[in-house]
Ligand binder design. Structure first.
Ligand code: SF4
Length: 382
C-alpha cells in the first residue's frame, strides 16, 4: 500500500508545475540576477543565462561568502552494505543485478570508521542499500552506539523509516539523514523505481519531514541529474523542497546535492546529458534562489570542476570516497555503487581548499542547536 502524501506533497500540489521559463530575454535575466528568488529560478536555469555564466558564478560566489564564509565541510561516506531489496534502474546495488554483496559487521564498520577518522574525518555518512533484514534499525543503532564515542557527527543514507525508528536512531546519536528523491517527476520516478520500498514516491518524499519531526537535525535531499528528461525541473523541485523544509523546520540544517548520473553496474545512460557549464549553472542558480541552503558536492564530479565549485557555491564535500562496503580497508571485495571521478586523498582535497584560501572543516566548532529529545514535536517548527 502506498503512503499518503506528506505535508510537502500537499504544499507542492498547490504550486504551478515545475516547468522551464519559456522564452527568456536579456531584461528577464538582468532582473533574475539582480533580485534572485525561488520565483526567478526558472529564468536563472534557462539557456539564456549560459552566455552570462561568469556573471552568475560571481553573484553565487558573493552570496556563498556572505552566508557561509570560507568554510567547506569535509565528510566521507561509509558504505556499510550493498544488499538491497529495491530495484532502481540507475543503481549498481539494484536487487536484479548479479553483483558481489556484502554487509559489514559492526566491528568492520568500526574499523572502516577508524580508517576514516585516521584520515581526519569527523563527519561520517553511513550508506546502505534498502534491506530491512541485513540493515535493520537494530543494526544501525548498534553501529551508532559503537561509533558515537569517537565520531562526533553521524548521518545515515539508507532506506526511509517509520517515525518511531527515526526517533530511536536520534536517541542513539543520529544527527542527519539523507534521502534523495532522485527525480520529482512522478511518471519518470515510477519508470526507474521498479520494485521495493523506494518505489513509493510519496513515502520517499515525506521521509525528510518525518525525520525532522523525530528530531533529526541535518536533512539532506537531492536529485540525480540526467535521470529525467528535464534536469531544470528537478533542480526546481529540489529548491522548492529545500526551502519548504527550511521554513518548516527552521532549527534544522538543510543541504542539497545534485549529482549527475554516472556509470554503474546498472548501465543506465542519462536521458539527457548535463554539460559542465550547465552543471555550474544549476549549482549557482540554486545558491542564488536558496541562499541559506548548504550545497554538497561528491567525488562523482571531476577534480577540476570540484575545485572551481568549492570557490563558488559548495559548502560541503566528500573526499577520498569509496562506494563499496569495506572499501577503505579492503577495496575490491564487493560491488561499488557508482564510479567516482575525483580520486584525490582527503589530505589533497584539504590542501586544495587551503591553497584557495578556504578552511577545510573536519568538525564543526559549534554543534547544531539541540533539538527534539523529549521536546514537543512542534518545537522544531517555525
Ligand atoms: S538506489 Fe538505493 S534503493 Fe535503489 S537499488 Fe540503489 S541502493 Fe537500492
Amino acid at each position: 500500500m502506498s503512503a499518503a502524501p506528506g505535508r510537502f506533497a500537499t504544499y507542492l500540489a498547490g504550486l504551478p508545475p515545475a516547468t522551464g521559463a519559456g522564452e527568456v530575454d536579456g531584461a528577464a535575466v538582468d532582473l533574475a540576477l539582480a533580485r534572485p528568488s525561488l520565483g526567478s529560478l526558472p529564468v536563472l536555469l534557462s539557456p539564456a543565462v549560459l552566455p552570462r555564466i561568469e556573471e552568475l558564478a560571481q553573484r553565487a560566489r558573493e552570496v556563498t561568502l556572505q552566508r557561509f564564509g570560507r568554510a567547506v565541510r569535509l565528510f566521507a561516506p561509509l558504505y556499510v552494505s550493498n544488499a538491497c531489496l529495491s530495484s532502481c534502474t540507475y543503481c549498481g546495488f539494484s536487487r536484479d543485478l548479479d553483483v558481489v554483496r556484502r554487509t559489514l559487521t559492526v566491528e568492520e564498520v568500526v574499523a572502516e570508521a577508524q580508517a576514516l577518522t585516521g584520515r581526519g574525518f569527523r563527519h561520517l555518512l553511513l550508506v546502505s542499500g534498502e534491506h530491512r533484514v541485513e540493515v535493520s534499525a537494530d543494526y544501525l543503532v548498534a553501529c551508532l552506539d559503537a561509533l558515537r564515542p569517537f565520531v562526533p557527527s553521524l548521518s545515515v543514507e539508507s532506506q526511509t523509516w517509520s517515525d518511531d525508528t527515526y526517533a530511536r536512531l536520534v536517541a542513539a546519536g543520529l544527527e542527519g539523514v539523507v534521502h534523495y528523491q532522485e527525480t520529482y517527476d512522478r511518471a519518470r520516478y515510477a519508470e526507474v523505481h521498479r520494485a521495493g520500498w523506494k518505489r513509493d514516491y510519496d513515502r520517499r518524499l515525506s521521509s525528510t519531514e518525518r525525520a525532522a519531526e523525530a528530531g533529526v537535525r541535518r536533512l539532506g535531499i537531492g536529485a540525480l541529474l540526467g535521470l529525467s528528461a528535464d534536469w531544470r525541473a528537478d533542480v526546481l523541485g529540489v529548491a522548492r523542497h529545500a526551502m519548504w523544509l527550511q521554513r518548516e523546520y527552521w532549527r534544522t540544517e538543510v543541504t542539497v546535492a545534485l549529482p549527475r548520473l554516472q556509470p554503474s553496474a546498472a548501465g543506465l545512460p542519462p536521458l539527457v546529458a548535463v554539460s559542465d557549464a550547465e552543471y555550474v549553472q544549476a549549482l549557482c542558480a540554486l545558491r542564488l534562489a536558496a541562499p541559506e541552503v548548504g550545497i554538497v558536492l561528491s567525488t562523482r564530479e571531476p577534480a577540476p570542476l570540484r575545485d572551481g565549485l568549492a570557490r563558488i557555491a559548495v559548502t560541503s564535500m566528500s573526499a577520498g570516497s569509496s562506494t563499496e562496503p569495506g572499501g577503505y580497508r579492503s577495496p575490491g571485495a564487493a560491488q561499488e555503487q557508482f564510479s567516482i571521478s575525483d580520486e584525490r586523498t582527503p589530505a589533497q582535497v584539504a590542501a586544495m581548499l587551503d591553497a584557495a584560501g578556504y578552511e577545510p572543516v573536519w568538525k564543526d566548532a559549534f554543534p547544531l542547536v539541540p533539538s527534539a529529545s523529549g521536546a514537543p514535536r512542534s518545537s522544531i517548527r517555525r
